[in-house]
Design a protein around this ligand. Structure first.
Ligand code: ATP
Ligand code: MG
Length: 425
C-alpha cells in the first residue's frame, strides 16, 4: 500500500461529528446578521497579491510573513486571501456598489495565513466578516457592536468582554505617532527585532506586540486617547452613549490599535479568557481611508470579522448543548418486496414530515446487524418492513432508546405516530 498523505499542517478537516455544531453556529450568526439588513457577498479565495499588499500594508505580520503567495501559470502573483475586507472593497469598486448608496454586506469562509499552528490559531481558518459602507456617524459603529453583542447573547456566550479604543483622525494619529516614536527611540535597547524594524514603518503595531519582553515598554508608552482630535472624541462619546443606553458594558483599552493610516476612530475587540492565549474572538473598527486607497472615491467604512474556530471552542468551553443532525428514524428492510416497498415508503414519510431525518438501511444485512447500524446512527426509533409487512401495508415501529413496546401500524398511520413520538407538529 502506498504511504497515505496527510492534510497540510494547520489546515483542519471538520469531521461529521463536528459539522452540526458548525452549521448551528453559522445558521445562528447568519440569522442575526440578516436581522440587521445585511446582504451576503461571495468573494473568490484568490486575489491578485497586490490587493493585499496595498490594503493590509507591506509592514504587517500578514503581508511580511503569513501570506500564501504563488505564481499561477500565467506568471501572475496570486494570494490565498488572508482576510475578507480587501476583497470586499475590491468587489464593491469593481461592480460600482458604492456609488451614491450605502451598503451593508457580509461574507463567510476560509482564510489562509502561514502562522505557527496552535490551539485557536490555524493556517486555514474561518471568518464571518461584516462591512458597512457610506455611513460616517457613530450610529453604524454602534450597530456593529450591538450586532456582535446580540450574537453572543443568542449563542449563550457570557464570558466575553468588549474592549474599545479610538484611533482618532489621520492628523491626530500622526501627532501620537511622533510622540510614540520619540518614546520608543528612548528605549531602543529594549526593543525586539520586530519592533525595531517597525519603528520607522509602522510604530503603532509595536503596541500590538505579543512578545512578553516588550510588555513593560508598551505599558509605559504615551497613550493614544490623550492625542484625540475633537471630532473623534465626540464620535467616540456618542458611540459609547448608544452602547450605554443598550446596556452593553465595555472596557477602554488605550493600547488597542490598528497600524495603518486608513483606519480611523473606532476600534473594538471582543476577548475572552476561556481560550488561553488566542482570546480574541472578534475584531473590528472603522477604516474610512481604505476605499479611496484602493482607487475609489472617499467612502466611510466600518466592519468586523470574527473567528469561527475560536467561537466553536468557546461554545465547547461554556458546555453549551448544541443541536445535532443525528438520524431520528432508521428504516430496517428485508426481503425483495420489503426493500422495494421500503424505499418508496421512506419517500412518503419524508413528504409527510418536513425536516424528518430518516436513514434507510441499504446494503442488506441480518436484522441484528441492521439494528446495530440503527443504534449507531443515533436514531430514536426503528421502523421495520419485510416481505410480510410489504404485502399487508403495515410497518413495525420499535423504540431504540426507551423500553417502550414494539407497535405494528398501518403504513398510512406511521407518519402521524412518528410525529407524536418525535414531538413534531
Ligand atoms: P490575532 O491577534 O489573534 O492574530 P488578528 O488581529 O490577526 O488576530 P484579525 O485579522 O483581526 O485577527 O481577524 C479577526 C478574527 O479572526 C480574530 O479575532 C480571530 O478570532 C480570527 N483569527 C485570526 N487569525 C486566526 C488564525 N490564524 N486562526 C484562527 N482564527 C484566527
Ligand atoms: Mg494575527
Amino acid at each position: 500500500m502506498a504511504k497515505s498523505i496527510q492534510a497540510v499542517r494547520g489546515m483542519n478537516d471538520i469531521l461529521p461529528e463536528q459539522s452540526a455544531a458548525w452549521q448551528y453556529l453559522e445558521d445562528t450568526l447568519r440569522a442575526v446578521i440578516h436581522g440587521y439588513g445585511y446582504r451576503e457577498i461571495r468573494l473568490p479565495l484568490l486575489e491578485m497579491t497586490e490587493l493585499f499588499k496595498r490594503s493590509i500594508g507591506e509592514v504587517t505580520d500578514i503581508v511580511e510573513k503569513e501570506m500564501y503567495t504563488f505564481e499561477d501559470r500565467n506568471g501572475d502573483s496570486l494570494t490565498l486571501r488572508p482576510e475578507g475586507t480587501a476583497s470586499c472593497v475590491r468587489a464593491c469598486l469593481e461592480h460600482g456598489l458604492l456609488h451614491n448608496q450605502v451598503q451593508r454586506l457580509w461574507y463567510a469562509g476560509p482564510m489562509f495565513r502561514h502562522e505557527r499552528p496552535q490551539k485557536g490559531r490555524y493556517r486555514q481558518f474561518h471568518q464571518i466578516g461584516v462591512e458597512a459602507f457610506g455611513m460616517e456617524g457613530p450610529d453604524i459603529d454602534a450597530e456593529m457592536i450591538l450586532m456582535t453583542a446580540r450574537m453572543w447573547r443568542v449563542l449563550g456566550l457570557s464570558e466575553v468582554t468588549l474592549q474599545l479604543n479610538s484611533l482618532g483622525s489621520v492628523e491626530s494619529r500622526a501627532a501620537y505617532r511622533g510622540a510614540l516614536v520619540d518614546y520608543l527611540c528612548g528605549c531602543e535597547s529594549g526593543l525586539d527585532a520586530d519592533s525595531r524594524r517597525r519603528l520607522d514603518s509602522n510604530p503603532l503595531r509595536i503596541l500590538d506586540s505579543k512578545n512578553p519582553d516588550m510588555q513593560a515598554i508598551i505599558e509605559n508608552a504615551p497613550q493614544l486617547p490623550d492625542y484625540l482630535d475633537a471630532e473623534s472624541r465626540t464620535h467616540f462619546a456618542e458611540m459609547c452613549a448608544i452602547l450605554d443606553d443598550a446596556g452593553i458594558g465595555y472596557e477602554l483599552n488605550p493600547r488597542l490599535v490598528r497600524g495603518l493610516d486608513y483606519y480611523a476612530k473606532t476600534v473594538f475587540e471582543w476577548v475572552t479568557d476561556r481560550l488561553g492565549a488566542q482570546g480574541t474572538i472578534c475584531a473590528g473598527g472603522r477604516y474610512d481611508g481604505l476605499v479611496e486607497y484602493l482607487g475609489g472615491r472617499p467612502t466611510p467604512a466600518t466592519g468586523f470579522a470574527l473567528g469561527l474556530e475560536r467561537l466553536i471552542a468557546l461554545l465547547e468551553a461554556h458546555a453549551i448543548e448544541l443541536p445535532d443532525n443525528a438520524t431520528q428514524v432508521y428504516l430496517v428492510l428485508s426481503g425483495t418486496q420489503g426493500i422495494r416497498r421500503g424505499m418508496v415508503f421512506a419517500g412518503e414519510l419524508r413528504d409527510a414530515i418536513s425536516g424528518l431525518r430518516l436513514q434507510v438501511n441499504c446494503g442488506g444485512g441480518s436484522f441484528k446487524s441492521q439494528f446495530k447500524r440503527a443504534d449507531k446512527s443515533g436514531a430514536h426509533y426503528a421502523l421495520v418492513i419485510g416481505d410480510d409487512e410489504a404485502g399487508q401495508g403495515s410497518v413495525a415501529l420499535k423504540p431504540l432508546r426507551s423500553d417502550g413496546e414494539q407497535e405494528t401500524l398501518s403504513q398510512q398511520q406511521a407518519a402521524q405516530r412518528l410525529r407524536e413520538l418525535l414531538d413534531i407538529f
